[in-house]
Design a protein around this ligand. Structure first.
Ligand code: ZN
Ligand code: ZN
Length: 341
């Protein structure tokens, strides 16, 4: 019997009576991290890495039943052992290792293999069965090193300021925003959207040390010099942002590697800095596990699984309800081809 199974509520360990990042309402939910597609409302009891506590309480309610766990600590339920290991995706993100009945499974959650100076670095875990995300599971997705991207963003910003423009970067409020705040601290002044300030406060309450930054609403048009603004992509139609003119806008996301998407969003620029592994990162992570059985979720599952099968893995595509932190719509093949040229 497989230790982990794919049921109507998501990834399940029937022998222990628990689910991992479930979408249906369950009794015991083990979470890899606090992004909305993994941490859903309505479970009776949650177990997650301690760094997620404040964000989960903010998003799911102060009174949720939540047990903290540290990296490498193990809990045992009905003889099955569960442990959390760094996934390098965002602060507090983890892979969950499940072992028992002579099987070892790892659920990757979301991960990236490049160290970002903020989240604990991704750690490859040996296992027989690996459930991997593959948000960017196509060979065209290859990231430049973080330092190169940070330099590119800083130069673009400085160029705009010299022309009299402020810049507005769209970045997810949990993970990407904090990464940019660290990477661009020399560039400032940085003004942040209230939802990012809220995440910063939550993370600082569990031990992170993000700087106190002014809110976007505190920037005064015609009085203050051009500045750098940070807001989540969902805020692009906020009234709050309309008073920031003249302003150039850019998205910071792996999806911007595809030019068609950027054009459609009517942005001035895009920076392909991602919190997910790129193609070489996915392949090196899989190799690092030594696993024979690979289950692909989250992204280009069919394409990625087919590639792995061709390489001799016992690979399956799994349909889950993880919609990804970044992709509004995965790009069509036409757009994908375009970006190769
Ligand atoms: Zn995520
Ligand atoms: Zn996700």
């Amino acid at each position: 019997m497989d230790l982990l199974q794919f049921g109507p509520n998501g990834i399940e360990c029937p022998l222990a009576g628990v689910h991992i990042d479930p979408w249906g309402k369950v009794d015991r939910a083990l979470l890899t991290h606090a992004h909305a597609d993994h941490a859903r409302f309505g479970h009776k009891h949650y177990i997650a890495h301690a760094h997620n506590r404040a964000v989960l309480q903010q998003r799911l309610g102060k009174n949720i039943s939540l047990q903290d766990i540290e990296y490498e600590d193990t809990i045992e339920i009905n003889g099955i052992r569960f442990s959390w290991h760094p996934a390098g995706h965002i602060p507090g993100s983890a892979q969950i290792r499940v072992s028992g009945k002579n099987q070892t499974w790892v659920v990757s959650g979301d991960y990236k293999t490049e160290y970002d100076d903020l989240s604990m670095a991704f750690e490859p875990i040996r296992c027989s069965h690996f459930i991997t995300e593959c948000t960017f599971g196509l060979p065209i997705y290859r990231w430049k090193p973080q330092a190169v991207m940070a330099q590119a963003i800083a130069e673009w910003h400085i160029h705009q300021v010299n022309q009299g423009y402020s810049t507005l970067l769209y970045a997810y409020s949990l993970g990407k925003a904090q990464r940019l705040i660290q990477l661009l601290k020399e560039v400032g002044p940085i003004y942040i959207h209230p939802s990012i300030a809220e995440m910063n406060r939550a993370l600082n309450s569990v031990g992170f040390q993000l700087p106190e930054l002014p809110l976007i609403s505190e920037w005064r048009p015609k009085v203050d010099s051009p500045a750098l603004f940070l807001a989540p992509p969902g805020a692009s139609s906020d009234k709050l942002l309309r008073r920031l003119l003249p302003c150039k806008e850019a998205s910071v996301s792996g999806w911007t590697l595809v030019r068609g998407l950027r054009r459609r969003q009517k942005l001035d620029h895009g920076f392909a800095l991602s919190d997910h592994a790129d193609w070489p990162g996915l392949l090196s992570a899989i190799e690092g596990t030594g696993a024979e059985h690979i289950y692909c979720t989250h992204g280009f599952t069919a394409e990625f699984s087919r590639y792995l099968s061709d390489q001799g893995f016992n690979s399956k595509e799994i349909h889950t309800r993880f919609f990804g932190d970044a992709a509004p719509q995965p790009p069509s093949t036409a757009e994908t081809n375009e970006s190769i040229h």
